[in-house]
Design a protein around this ligand. Structure first.
Ligand code: HEM
Length: 504
């Protein structure tokens, strides 16, 4: 056989093998990656903004390469629906990342647990004991007490301005603490608060900031040990602080176990060593990891959304008046609003939906990973690809929303453009809680908390901004982390507007 023929045959064979083994469909479009680092430089300081801008060029289904990892980004409702509904079971685990390893007890928590028996057990336990309709109703009085406490403290504020976001955070943390641990986490001395509250909130915010960093080691495993951004070192340090905090809570709880407890931690401790029907047992570490999840995922998300809602209302005085009129007509001025009033407050509900649309507290949701390769809208999605859903961009898509940047709650009311649309994961144009199997476990609690807090704050007080600032000048910039904080905290003078006995 001639050498020329051999070379020719080899080339043809290689070509055929390449065609046979490589996917028949192309990857989705996206910006050209750099060698090794890929598209990491494209992420910019605020990734959900950078990705939204890129999607305007490359379309709603985009492919990036971050280091050595394939990343697909969904930036429209229909693309998100493909991933989170039609192909949800294939995208039900989260990709490996330093946060899960170094903060969340090496994936032993609920948020990062691989999809499988242990995830099901953790999700079932929290659904049953914390988030079922019954559990939510059983603990309603505790949330109400914490909100009333905040109301009383704000009424005593006097001439000093208060940092509303901080106090809302103390309230959500204490309400959760009472359900989870059977006790408040912080003191909240009149109008000020426990110094540990600052420390705790800063820990939660730090988790979110660190978890929001695109850590080079997650995308270029060979460089993990170098920890180029110093993220892993910060995570380890933070983990130690959190672990000490959680260990002390559990120890205190064990010491006081002679008292009758009706809280989630007691239930978790009693479930230890009892296998569930799939034979899975709960460990001490899993209990701590679950507490960590609830206090990180469940406090700042709700309080910062409430802070955004109040800021938007202060910037839109006519809407503020309309919410107050609705509350006055349904509740009156002789008592505080309760969760039982919420179904009768349609305008307030629309204000909350509009806040979730413009200020989703987790703008890139939480990442998922492709268990197997898939074809979506004619593109090849490789096995192992990370999926990012740009919840923030989807909710501002001009193809879905008229004047998308305007705060306009009326769009959710009868006669508006989206009267039937809700934020609970079925209408993909607004999915602040994600969707599918791994939708936010605490959605119903988060919704109730944001609704009752916003209703109470608006019903019980008028507000002046610190230093007589004009509300139109309120800084609405975002500070980036995994969650969407206000760049400038909301500093206000609350002025009671209900009968004086309500505050006593
Ligand atoms: C304003 C309130 C909240 C928002 C906007 C929010 C948002 C989210 C989002 C976007 C996800 C990822 C969903 C996905 O992958 O599709 C998530 C997951 C999760 N959230 Fe929330 N959340 C909120 C409140 C809460 C609360 C109050 C808790 C608990 C006390 C909580 C606990 C969790 C947990 C445990 C997960 C992980 C679920 C899993 O992986 O199976 N969240 N949340």
């Amino acid at each position: 056989m001639s050498p020329l023929f051999l070379i020719f045959a080899t080339i043809v064979l290689a070509f055929l093998l390449y065609r046979l083994l490589s996917p028949s469909k192309p990857l989705p479009p996206g910006p050209r990656p750099w060698p090794i680092i890929g598209n990491l430089p494209h992420m910019g300081p605020v990734p959900h903004h950078a990705l939204a801008a890129l999607a305007r060029t490359y379309g709603p289904l985009m492919h990036l390469r971050l280091g050595f990892v394939h990343v697909v980004v969904a930036s429209s409702a229909s693309v998100a629906e493909q991933f989170l509904k039609n192909h949800d079971s294939n995208f039900s685990s989260r990709p490996p990342n330093a946060g899960a390893k170094y903060i969340a007890y090496n994936y032993q928590d609920l948020v990062f647990a691989p999809y499988g028996a242990r995830w099901r057990m953790l999700r079932k336990i929290s659904s049953l004991h914390l988030f079922s309709a019954k559990a939510l109703d059983d603990f309603r009085h505790l949330r109400q007490e914490e909100v009333s406490r905040l109301t009383r403290n704000l009424a005593k504020a006097g001439s000093k301005p208060v940092n509303l976001g901080q106090l809302l955070n103390v309230c959500t943390t204490n309400a959760l603490g009472r359900v989870m641990l059977g006790r408040r986490v912080f003191d909240d001395g009149s109008a000020g608060c426990d110094t540990r509250a600052d420390e705790f909130k800063s820990m939660v915010v730090e988790v979110m900031v660190l978890a929001g960093v695109f850590n080079i080691g997650d995308f270029i495993p060979a460089l993990e040990w170098l920890d180029l951004q110093g993220v892993q070192a910060k995570m380890k340090k933070l983990h130690k602080r959190f672990d000490a905090f959680l260990t002390s809570i559990i120890e205190e709880h064990k010491v006081s176990k002679t008292e009758k407890h009706n809280d989630m931690l007691s239930t978790l401790l009693s479930l230890k060593d009892v296998p569930d029907e799939e034979g899975t047992k709960l460990t001490d570490t899993e209990i701590k990891a679950l507490l960590l999840n609830m206090f990180t995922a469940g406090t700042d998300t709700s309080s910062s959304t409430t802070e955004w809602a109040i800021a938007e209302l202060l910037r839109h005085p006519k809407m503020l008046t309309r919410v107050q009129e609705e509350l006055d007509s349904v509740v009156g001025r002789d008592r505080v609003v309760t969760e039982l009033d919420l179904p009768h407050l349609p305008y307030l509900q629309a204000v909350i939906k509009e806040t979730f649309r413009l200020h989703p507290s987790t703008p890139l949701s939480l990442p998922r990973i492709a268990a197997e390769s898939r074809e979506i809208f004619g593109y090849h999605i490789p096995k192992g690809a990370t999926l990012l859903v740009n919840v923030w961009a989807i909710a501002r898509d001009p193809k879905e929303w008229s004047d998308p940047l305007e705060f306009r709650p009326e769009r959710f009311l009868p006669g508006g453009e989206k009267p039937q649309v809700d934020v609970k994961g079925n209408d993909f144009e607004v999915i602040p809680f994600g969707a599918g199997r791994r939708i936010c476990a605490g959605m119903n609690l988060g919704l109730r908390m944001v609704q009752i807090l916003t209703a109470t704050m608006i019903h019980a007080f008028d507000y002046e901004l610190e230093n007589g600032m004009n509300p139109e000048k309120l800084n609405m910039e975002e500070a980036y982390g995994l969650t969407l904080q206000r760049a400038a905290p909301l500093s206000v003078h609350p002025r009671p507007r209900l009968s004086p006995h309500v505050y006593s």
